[in-house]
Design a protein around this ligand. Structure first.
Ligand code: GAP
Length: 442
């Protein structure tokens, strides 16, 4: 399948089945902003829940946090974002399009035939100027410079400024981490590739505070754990790889950095960054706030500014990765079957309950079973159309199990449970159905 076609098919499936819609669609849409529909919100929530479970609930050394999006403007001076969170921007005076100066070879001039910006005789490009990616707004009723605040471009800073609050209010000692899931905003010059690069997105970030000198060891551990997590949600291992940042690529705060990349239909791209941020962040906040942020190690009777190992993943990017990784087209009995082969733990709907026919008490029994299952996990009831069509609808939604009430169910209480990927069926007694599905969902 051509790569562009796969993305087009995915975008179309996402709209048709209620995963992702364009924001403000009835007004013509808003550039690179997307809304999650009924199935999409469940899928993305499962990504965030799986992350939270692995990072916070399953560990004793990480605490959760939910910091506000709006922060004191000095935070962004200390973090380096006011001075340095910029991309070089170029305008074309002819076609009025805007491009990132450092990505001209990846950009397309809107004039036909399609060429790179600057390659048409009529292209008239400006000199690059630095453009800050933070969204600005005003706090209070007066729109003046003193009232400028920013929508956070990363969730990490909310963790740094709360590091002592968490330390003082929990029983943690270094090494320990703080995890947070939340919205971030970047006024990207060239967003795109559906929900891959957007102007409003969600991050799942964890900052791990360690003693200087142990940072490299922790960095390696976190690299290993984070890659294992992406495997655990079902991503194809051969489509994941590491990209190490070279000296020219390292962010201003990073001593070392690796990206976990996925092979999308549009090429290998970052889905998560693991960064050794040294003591840059706490050092800067200490300097700008005038508050001591050192840690006192009582046992060793020593004082130091902790180093930070950061793991930073995009919830929307991981959601897109799951969608792209799960998409399959297969020929079955002369028809094309479209399947989203999600790992059951992230599938938006875990099971469908279907009466084989709409008579003989099958719908009533199926509805009772559906209501029982629905108390435990998201389920779907469907009694309309041929059974084959109903299976196909569930395949497209990525539902791993279809439980069908048929004539035998009325006699012996067993249902067929169809596996979405193998399309095989086993008979399970209705009393064991919940356990049967729960064991497979994980
Ligand atoms: N605190 C470090 C930080 O923010 P980053 O590499 O700029 O690092 C981390 O971002 C992750 O956030 C990326 O790996 C990606 O998954 C996600 N992300 C960043 N910009 C994004 C955007 N414009 N749209 C969607 N996700 C984005």
């Amino acid at each position: 399948m051509a790569e562009s076609t796969l993305m087009e098919k995915l975008v179309s499936l996402c709209k048709r089945r209620g995963f992702v819609f364009q924001s403000s669609e009835i007004y013509g849409g808003l550039g690179s902003v997307w809304d999650y529909g009924p199935l999409g919100v469940e899928l993305k929530k499962n990504v965030k829940d799986r992350w939270w479970r692995a990072m916070v609930h399953a560990r004793d050394d990480i605490e959760g946090l939910d910091a506000a999006i709006l922060m004191h403007p000095r935070v962004w001076e200390a973090s380096g974002h006011v001075a340095g969170f910029t991309d070089p921007l170029i305008d074309c005076r002819t076609c009025k399009a805007r491009f990132r100066a450092d990505k001209l070879q990846d950009a397309q001039c809107p004039q036909k035939p399609s060429k790179h910006p600057g390659e048409h005789s009529t292209c008239d490009l400006t000199e690059p100027r630095m453009f800050n990616l933070m969204f600005k707004t005003f706090m209070g009723p007066v729109e003046e410079q003193a009232a400028v605040i920013y929508l956070r471009p990363e969730t990490a800073q909310g963790i740094y400024v709360n590091y002592q609050n968490v330390l003082n209010s929990s029983r943690q000692r270094i090494p320990f981490g703080i995890a947070q899931v939340g919205k971030a905003f970047r006024n990207e010059i060239t967003p795109g590739n559906f929900i891959f690069r957007t102007r409003e997105f969600e991050q799942m970030e964890m900052q791990f505070f360690v003693k200087p000198g142990t940072d490299e060891e922790w960095f390696e551990r976190w690299r290993e754990w984070r890659l294992a997590w992406h495997h655990s949600i079902g991503l194809t291992p051969s489509k994941l790889r590491w990209h190490q940042h070279g000296p020219g690529e390292l962010a201003h705060y990073a001593k070392a950095a690796y990206d976990i990349e996925y092979e999308f239909p549009f090429g290998w791209n970052e889905i998560e960054g693991i960064h050794n941020r040294s003591d840059f962040d706490l050092g800067r906040h200490q300097e700008y706030s005038g508050k001591k942020l050192e840690y006192f190690d009582q046992a060793a009777n020593e004082r130091y500014l902790p180093f930070i190992v950061e793991t930073s993943a995009g919830a929307d990017r991981v959601t897109l990765t799951l969608l792209a990784d799960a998409y399959r087209e297969e020929q079955v009995e002369g028809e094309t079957r479209v399947v989203l082969a999600f790992h059951p733990s992230v599938a938006p709907i875990k099971a469908a309950v279907l009466p084989l026919v709409k008579k003989d008490g099958m719908p009533e029994l199926a509805e009772r079973i559906y209501h029982d299952l629905k108390r435990q996990f998201p389920c779907f009831y469907d009694d309309s159309g041929a059974i084959g069509r109903r299976y196909r609808r569930m395949d497209e939604a990525g539902t791993p199990f279809c439980c069908t009430v048929d004539g035998d169910t009325l006699k012996d209480g067993t249902l067929t449970v169809r596996d979405r990927d193998a399309m095989t069926q086993v008979r399970v007694h209705q009393d064991q159905l919940l356990t049967h599905i729960r064991e497979r969902v994980g």
